[in-house]
Design a protein around this ligand. Structure first.
Ligand SMILES: [Zn+2]
Length: 236
């Protein structure tokens, strides 16, 4: 049974031209909301055929591509290579601009533990703990993220079904429980760097993410945000 969801409404919508550091540019329709469950300032970016003035039921075609992206100040804004958030965000904006859909930017930094605690967790990781154990050592769940506001935004935008852009089974499960009809789950690329390989491996092995991480000696291809793909054989 879907959980009961209080309703949110669109507060303001504006058009916003976007340009990323690598030169990629597109136009977004940015939405703010009233009535989101946690009172925080989450925003939705309508992209591609959703970047115009929003009218419910104006798009009878395939379901929009939707990605709930959890805020990561260090990765999204500063390009931190300790995680893959910046590359994921950049890739998602381009994919959604092509397909038509929404990026839901959720203000739950550091898997929901906040920026300072995330940096505390990084310090513990530097002492040898993985990202999940570091959160547990700080007294948090391994992943505290909650997608109630994402479901509220989907409903406020008038979407009855969505194609979900995500590798995270917990996002799909939570959104389904909240009554979002997911017609398709579209995987994101793997954004591998020398400094985030351990983090990605932990996500894949402990978070049950559907990341297809290569093993030693295997031929593999990675999507590098904005710069195309990288192909090669994995060496130690
Ligand atoms: Zn991050």
């Amino acid at each position: 049974m879907p959980r009961k969801l209080s309703s949110a409404t669109i507060r303001t919508q504006v058009t916003m031209p976007l340009r990323f550091a690598d030169g990629f540019s597109t136009t977004a329709r940015v939405f703010t909301f009233n009535g989101l469950a946690d009172g925080l300032e989450h925003v939705a970016f309508g992209l591609g055929d959703r970047s115009g003035v929003f009218t419910p039921d104006a798009h009878p075609g395939p379901p929009p591509l939707v990605r709930p992206h959890s805020e990561c100040l260090t990765g999204d804004v500063f390009g931190s290579q300790r995680c893959d958030c910046g590359a994921q965000l950049r890739e998602a904006v381009e994919l959604i601009a092509e397909a038509g859909g929404y990026l839901l930017y959720l203000r739950q930094e550091g898997r929901g533990i906040g920026l300072y605690a995330k940096v505390d967790a990084y310090a513990l990781q530097d002492e040898g703990l993985d990202t999940y154990d570091a959160n547990l050592a700080l007294g948090y769940a391994a992943d505290q993220r909650d997608y109630t506001v994402a479901a509220q935004m989907v409903r406020a935008l008038g979407l009855t079904r969505v194609a979900l852009l995500s590798n995270n089974p917990d996002k799909a499960a939570q959104l389904s429980r909240l009554g979002v009809a997911i017609t398709d789950q579209v995987p994101t690329g793997v954004h591998l760097s020398a400094t985030n390989a351990g983090y990605l491996a932990t996500k894949a092995h402990r978070g049950a993410h559907t990341l297809d991480l290569p093993t030693l000696g295997q031929h593999a291809k990675w999507v590098i945000g904005g710069a195309g793909t990288l192909e090669g054989t994995v060496v130690p």
